[in-house]
Design a protein. Structure first.
Length: 396
C-alpha cells in the first residue's frame, strides 16, 4: 500500500514525499480512511508507530476541503500533555501542510503568553495545546473553542498519570457537541476507557500492537547493582562508542541534575531536562541532543514525554519506574519506525519488585547481565528515610 492508495490530496502527497515517507505504517493505513469517512477513533498505539501523521494528514485534508470564509478561527484542536510533544505535533502539522494554506498555532505553558495570544488573534485553523495554558486563555476570554470540528486527545493515559484529566474535561466542556473526536492512548486503564465512552460516538477501534506490549526490535537488559554504584556503572557503559545517543531516565528532578553533573565530571557530555528547567533550557538541551552535540540526555518521565528523536540508539533506566506501564513508554523512545534499539536498566535491591511487575506486564523476562565490576552486594531493603517532626504552632 502507498499513501496514494489512502485517497490523500496531491498537496499532502507532495508533503509526504518531501518528508521521505514511502509506505504508510499500520496505524496510518487503518486510521486515515476512517477519519476521512468522518468516524470517531479510539486508538491504542505505542509511541513511534506513526500516530501523528495518522491523525494530522486526514485533519489537514478535511479542513482543506471546507470553505474558508472571513477570519480564520480554530477548527481543529489537538490536546497533548507536554510542551515538547505539543511543539513536535505542531511542527508535523506545519510540515504536512506546507503546500496548503492552513495555519497551525501551538499553545503551552512555561513561556509568556503574549506571542501565543498574538498568533491566535492573527488567525488559526489548527490549534495544538497543553491543557493548562489552554484553560488559562479560555478563562481570560482569549480563546474560543466553539468552532472546533475535529478534536484529538493524544497520549490520554499520560494525561491521567500527570493529573491533567480534570483540565482535559474542562476543555471538552467548551467544545461543541457536534464534532469528530479521536482519542489515542498507549495503554487503556479503566479511567481512560470511561473517558472514551463519554466523549466518543460509535468509535472505530484501531489497535496496532497489543496493549502495553514492547517493540520487538528493542533489545532489553538489566544490571543488578547497588544504588551508590549506579553512577559508576552508567559512566562505564557510556564508554562504549556503540551508545551513540542515550536517553537516560531519573525518577526525580534532583536526581537528573545529580546524574548529569557526575557524568560531566567524568568527561561525558550530558544535559538534564525536567519540569524545573525553563522552556528555553529544555529546548536547548533537546536541540543539542538531536544534533549530536551531546550524547546523553538525562530526563524525568514528564519532561521526556513526547521527545521524538530519530535513530535514538539507547534508553537507559537509571531508576526503574514504579509503574510498569511507564517502562513501556520509556523504552518506546528507541526502536522506532522498525529500527533496532536497546534498553538498559540499572536495578538495585529495592527496585526488584518493580522489575517483576514490568516482566509480568510485558510477558517476558529481561535478560540479566552479570559481567560488570559492581555486582549487587546489598540484599536488604533500604531503611525508610526519617521524617521531620511537624512544626509546633505558636501558642500551642
Amino acid at each position: 500500500m502507498t499513501f496514494k492508495d489512502l485517497s490523500l490530496t496531491d498537496s499532502l502527497l507532495r508533503a509526504v514525499r518531501r518528508e521521505g515517507y514511502e509506505t504508510p505504517s499500520p496505524i496510518q493505513q487503518q486510521t486515515i480512511p476512517l477519519m476521512l469517512a468522518g468516524r470517531d477513533i479510539l486508538g491504542c498505539a505505542q509511541t513511534g508507530t506513526g500516530k501523528t501523521a495518522a491523525f494530522a494528514l486526514p485533519t489537514l485534508q478535511t479542513l482543506g476541503k471546507q470553505p474558508s470564509g472571513g477570519k480564520r478561527v480554530p477548527r481543529a484542536l489537538v490536546l497533548t500533555p507536554t510542551r515538547e510533544l505539543a511543539l513536535q505535533i505542531a511542527e508535523s502539522f506545519q510540515a504536512y501542510g506546507c503546500y496548503t494554506r492552513l495555519k497551525t498555532v501551538c499553545i503551552f505553558g512555561g513561556v509568556p503568553q503574549n506571542p501565543q495570544v498574538a498568533a491566535l488573534r492573527a488567525g488559526v485553523d489548527i490549534l495544538v495545546a497543553t491543557p493548562g495554558r489552554l484553560n488559562d486563555l479560555i478563562g481570560q476570554g482569549l480563546c474560543d473553542l466553539r468552532t472546533i470540528s475535529i478534536f484529538t486527545l493524544d497520549e490520554a493515559d499520560r494525561m491521567l498519570d500527570m493529573g491533567f484529566i480534570h483540565d482535559v474535561k474542562k476543555v471538552i466542556a467548551k467544545l461543541p457537541a457536534k464534532r469528530q473526536t479521536l482519542l489515542f492512548s498507549a495503554t487503556m486503564p479503566k479511567e481512560i476507557e470511561a473517558l472514551a465512552a463519554s466523549i466518543l460516538k460509535n468509535p472505530a477501534k484501531v489497535t496496532v500492537t497489543p496493549v502495553a506490549s514492547t517493540v520487538d526490535t528493542i533489545e532489553q537488559s538489566v544490571y543488578f547493582v547497588d544504588k551508590p554504584n549506579k553512577i559508576h556503572l552508567l559512566a562505564l557503559l557510556l564508554d562504549d562508542d556503540s551508545i551513540v545517543s542515550a536517553l537516560t531516565f531519573s525518577r526525580t528532578k534532583h536526581g537528573a541534575d545529580r546524574i548529569c553533573k557526575k557524568l560531566c565530571q567524568a568527561g561525558i557530555a550530558a544535559r538534564a531536562i525536567h519540569g524545573d528547567k525553563s522552556q528555553n533550557s529544555r529546548q536547548s538541551a533537546l536541540r543539542e541532543f538531536k544534533q549530536g552535540q551531546i550524547r546523553v540526555l538525562v530526563a524525568t518521565d514528564i519532561a521526556a514525554r513526547g521527545i521524538d528523536i530519530d535513530q535514538l540508539s539507547h534508553v537507559i533506566n537509571y531508576d526503574l519506574p514504579n509503574e510498569p506501564e511507564t517502562y513501556v513508554h520509556r523504552i518506546g523512545r528507541t526502536g522506532r519506525a522498525g529500527l533496532s534499539g536497546e534498553a538498559i536498566s540499572l536495578c538495585d535491591f529495592d527496585e526488584k519488585t518493580y522489575l517483576k511487575s514490568i516482566e509480568k506486564l510485558i510477558k517476558k523476562e529481561v535478560a540479566v547481565v552479570d559481567d560488570h565490576p559492581w555486582p549487587m552486594q546489598v540484599f536488604t531493603p533500604a531503611p525508610p528515610k526519617p521524617q521531620r517532626p511537624p512544626r509546633r504552632r505558636r501558642g500551642a
